[in-house]
Design a protein around this ligand. Structure first.
Ligand SMILES: Nc1ncnc2c1ncn2[C@@H]1O[C@H](COP(=O)(O)OP(=O)(O)OP(=O)(O)O)[C@@H](O)[C@H]1O
Length: 239
């Protein structure tokens, strides 16, 4: 389990991008993180994947601060950013092999996974080309493949559906489900409330750095007779 304990991030002194966040992410569950623009979603994700440190508070994995043994934690983790960056002079294959080397995935296993996911995403031919020739959507798919090549125990995705065609978007949702079903922690941010309502086991809504709701979609909407979109719009307006 991952636990955010009183996590606060101030980029500028006195201005809290994330304010006293307490949140638990469980194995086997897909957790959707929702919020308006500038609410603090990417900041939370970047703290979880150790790109930026919190100003205060701690993030625990199975009870241990993730900063205690960062390499051990990162070995379990895959991060799919909203704007993936690649080494442009590598081919897709070279990039995936580079990532597989870092995560010490053996040759046979990586070959099997690369074949499986390149077929799913229709990227078999493109993997021979330089990454610099890829469209935005192809880059998104490559970034997802790089995450999946080491079969992560924890996968964190920032706006994973943006720029994907409908088929790839469906594949990503199915992959997230099967990772969760195999016991991984799946945490992603999205603006697409329909996706969140359909695939998440739990959702959290953040607004102006504060977590203002957190539960299963059903519990959130129980007795309210609303869609997730109606509920989201009403509580982010009030807060
Ligand atoms: N590097 C930075 N320096 C200063 N302020 C920042 C920085 N990154 C984000 N912020 C501020 O922190 C707040 C939260 O931003 P964040 O990117 O986490 O929001 P978000 O929920 O991911 O938004 P979006 O949905 O638009 O991507 C915003 O007020 C933003 O301006």
């Amino acid at each position: 389990m991952i636990e955010f304990r009183s996590i606060t991030k101030e980029y500028k002194k006195g201005i809290k991008a994330v304010d006293n966040l307490n949140l638990k992410l469980e194995e086997g569950k897909i957790f959707g993180f929702l919020g308006p623009n500038g609410a603090g979603k990417s900041t939370t994700i970047k703290m979880l994947v150790s790109i930026i440190p919190p100003t205060s508070g701690e993030i625990l994995y199975n009870g241990v601060d993730i900063r205690k043994d960062p390499v051990a934690f990162k070995k379990l983790l895959a991060y799919v950013p909203d704007e993936p960056k690649f080494y442009q002079k590598l081919t897709g294959y070279e990039y995936l092999n580079f990532i597989a080397d870092i995560f010490e995935v053996d040759e046979k296993t990586r070959k099997k996974r690369i074949e499986k996911y390149s077929a799913l995403f229709g990227l078999e031919e493109a993997l021979k080309d330089l990454v610099s020739s890829y469209s935005h959507g192809m880059g998104q798919k490559l970034s997802l493949m790089a995450a999946l090549v080491h079969n992560p125990k924890i996968i964190v995705l920032d706006e994973p559906m943006v720029g994907l065609d409908p088929k790839a978007s469906r594949e990503v949702k199915d992959i997230m489900r099967s990772l969760a079903d195999s016991g991984s922690i799946v945490f992603f941010s999205t603006h697409v409330l329909e996706v969140a309502a359909n695939i998440c086991d739990r959702v959290g809504i953040i607004n102006k750095g504060h977590l203002i709701a957190e539960s299963s979609v059903d519990e959130l909407l129980k007795g309210k007779g609303e869609t997730l979109e109606d509920y989201f719009l009403s509580i982010t307006k009030e807060a």
